[in-house]
Design a protein around this ligand. Structure first.
Ligand code: PCA
Length: 334
């Protein structure tokens, strides 16, 4: 073979290998998340990252930075928007000030069981995804927290027992509920919760048995009122431009791992609820159902917040509400 022919052949091989070469390059993504590494959400996300790694043959590596270590809970959305992080986990209702649709899953007693939370997500998902898409963000998956209750130092026969008390809140929607209880909302992210409780910045808390367990709430708060008022969701969002910069197989691997993470996350959340409540009891916390009066007070607040929401969310909101009612086959509520 003459030299030019050899060269031509070598060139042809290089050209053919071109796309394969770019495909084999390693992409590294950072993923900030707000909750501790041992929390079920974070474990689910870690498995998602491993699935993506395996499915792409190591070409897309996602490093999970748990517990607000890379960006604090309330900074993660902006970091993903700005591309400082390619993807991240946020609590949906944390962004409620931007759009009422983000507040929907945190309205007391609108959806307070796993089947209801599922139906609400199905009814609202497309619209919520649209809102994120307009901002340049793509929703990969969403997973709920176990039902929310109230942690307190004292017995709560009604919400009046919390009048004037500083209660920890994790979103504008929770803060609104606390205000309507006549108490004082103080925003504290999960990563700072143990410290806020220890230093007396707050004297009560509204969250799940899961975060009560993570923050060892029994050290300061003797009671957990298992009100089961709503199941707020976390969403994992990716910067759309970053997503688009991946090749097709990597995009498909990411979406497949996300779909699996959503199914796994919902299942784990539901299955672990009882386990978390058991851990509270094992640590001598008194776990009690809401008294009829407390339930009535909170249900009244839920009704009011629902009305406020429907006014704010307009036609979009009404459509989602109607679709959700239809799926339940009854008017939503307590
Ligand atoms: N845990 C998170 C959000 C809701 C929950 O159950 C928190 O308390 O911050």
């Amino acid at each position: 073979m003459k030299l030019p022919a050899l060269l031509c052949q070598a060139l042809a091989v290089l050209i053919a290998a071109g796309p394969a070469l770019s495909v084999s390059a390693e992409t590294k993504w950072d993923m900030p998340t707000p909750y501790p590494a041992s929390n079920f959400h974070t474990e689910n996300i870690q498995k998602f990252a491993t699935d993506v790694d395996v499915a792409t043959g190591g070409r897309l590596k996602i490093t999970v930075h748990a517990n607000g270590a890379l960006f604090k809970a309330n900074e993660i959305k902006r970091a993903v928007l700005g591309g400082q992080a390619q993807l991240g986990e946020i609590i949906l209702s944390g962004a409620a000030n931007e759009d009422p649709l983000f507040a929907l899953d945190t309205i007391p007693f609108l959806a307070s069981s796993y089947p209801e939370a599922r139906a609400l997500w199905q009814a609202s998902r497309a619209r919520i995804e649209e809102k994120f898409a307009r901002q340049g963000l793509k929703v990969l998956f969403s997973v709920p927290w176990p039902p929310q209750g109230i942690y307190s130092k004292v017995v709560l026969n009604s919400s009046a027992a919390l009048k004037g008390v500083k209660i920890r809140s994790y979103s504008p929607t929770v803060a609104r509920m606390i205000e309507l209880m006549g108490a004082q909302p103080v925003t504290v992210q999960a990563a700072e919760l143990s410290q806020a409780l220890a230093t007396g910045v707050v004297a009560a808390n509204i969250t799940s048995a899961s975060t009560g367990y993570d923050s060892k709430s029994w050290e300061q708060l003797g009671y957990f009122f298992d009100v089961q008022a709503w199941l707020p969701k976390n969403v994992v969002i990716v910067n759309q431009e970053q997503f688009d910069s991946l090749d097709k197989p990597a995009r498909e691997a990411l979406l497949a791992a996300a779909a699996a993470a959503e199914v796994r996350g919902w299942k784990t959340s539901e299955e672990m609820t009882l386990w978390y409540v058991e851990q509270l009891k094992k640590n001598n916390m008194k776990v009690l159902p809401a008294s009829a009066e407390l339930h009535k007070d909170l249900a009244g607040i839920g009704d009011r917040m629902m009305k406020e929401w429907l006014q704010q969310a307009g036609a979009d909101g009404q459509q989602i509400y109607d679709a959700y009612s239809k799926a339940l086959n009854k008017p939503p509520g307590h």
